[in-house]
Design a protein around this ligand. Structure first.
Ligand code: NAP
Length: 272
């Protein structure tokens, strides 16, 4: 019985474990990205926390290093800036020797109706969410191609790429629609290199970013999450861990034959 359990554990570790893998997670200083970094590290990967805020990134790296010394590195990164992305990729390789997994999580979601939206508002959201995903994806895929042993790229999109959830997110929704098509096109181009490219589409997830979106109006966060939760088939909003579990699966050996796909993780919100 014990021998059988050991065999099952070894099988699962091989399928879902990430020992000896190196992951770069953008936007991992808070929210969903933080949850993803914790799950990938928990599965054995070394993790680069690439966030705009070095302080936030360093706090997450400290947490991961406390659990497994020297397994995490925080790098200040602006995903919308080509030089910053190149520097992060270079420093990740200097520190850990390779990059096997990229998670494009960094994203912004300011709200402005189209009638009041300036060109600057529009451009900033595209720059972070779509250009940033492209810059990181290209840099990581070229490194993975050079390494010659495949790789995993997971883009965090949104259910808003399929259906607008509220007024004021036109620039955001368009950027995430672009992320979905970039995901499919990149999957097509890098398949021969055994690099899979997939996207996860979260529904409403309670994060620091959502709290910031609703700050200024007392009780707005609770109201927003309560109303989304009530409209969700499973009766609650999501957690960063709900999304991290999807990413962990797509990053694993178990997902080796899945590419170019968009995985909705929304508690059934879209079918409700
Ligand atoms: P969050 O709590 O605001 O976390 C996002 C992180 O990305 C922050 O640490 C932020 O740093 C960082 N970031 C922002 N701009 C960046 C840049 N240019 N370069 C590098 N890092 C940058 O947001 P979240 O709710 O976890 O969202 C994470 C991702 O999930 C986003 O792509 C979002 O669109 C997507 N998503 C979220 C939800 C949701 O309900 N929460 C739903 C669907 C999709 P600063 O704090 O310093 O700005």
């Amino acid at each position: 019985m014990i021998a059988r359990e050991r065999t099952a554990n070894a099988f699962l570790t091989e399928l879902f474990g990430l020992t000896m893998k190196v992951a770069v997670v953008t936007g991992a200083g808070s929210g969903i990205g933080h949850g993803i970094a914790r799950y990938l590290a928990g599965a054995g990967a070394d993790v680069v926390i690439a966030d705009l805020s070095l302080d936030a990134g360093a706090r997450v790296a400290d947490e991961l290093n406390a659990a497994r010394p020297e397994s995490a590195l925080a790098l200040r990164t602006d995903v919308s800036d080509e030089a910053s992305v190149a520097a992060t990729m270079r420093q990740s390789i200097e520190r850990f020797g390779r990059v096997d997994i990229l998670v494009n999580d960094a994203g912004i979601f300011p709200t402005t109706p189209i009638a009041e939206m300036t060109l600057q508002d529009w451009e900033r959201v595209q720059a972070v969410n779509l250009r940033g995903t492209f810059l990181c994806l290209r840099a990581a895929a070229l490194q993975m191609r050079k390494q010659g042993s495949g790789g995993r790229i997971i883009n965090i999109s949104s259910i808003d790429s399929l259906h607008p959830s509220m007024v004021g997110l036109a620039h955001y929704d368009a950027s995430k629609g672009g992320v979905n098509m970039l995901t499919r096109s990149a999957a097509l181009e890098f398949g021969a290199d055994k690099i899979t490219v997939n996207a996860v589409l979260p529904g409403m997830i309670a994060t620091e970013g959502v709290a910031a979106m609703t700050k200024g109006s007392p009780g707005a966060m609770a109201q927003t999450t309560a109303s989304f939760g009530a409209r969700t088939v499973l009766g609650r909003v999501g957690t960063p861990e709900d999304i991290a579990a999807c990413v962990l699966f797509l990053a694993s050996e178990a997902a080796g034959y899945i590419t170019g796909q968009t995985l909705v993780c929304d508690g059934g919100y879209l079918i409700g």
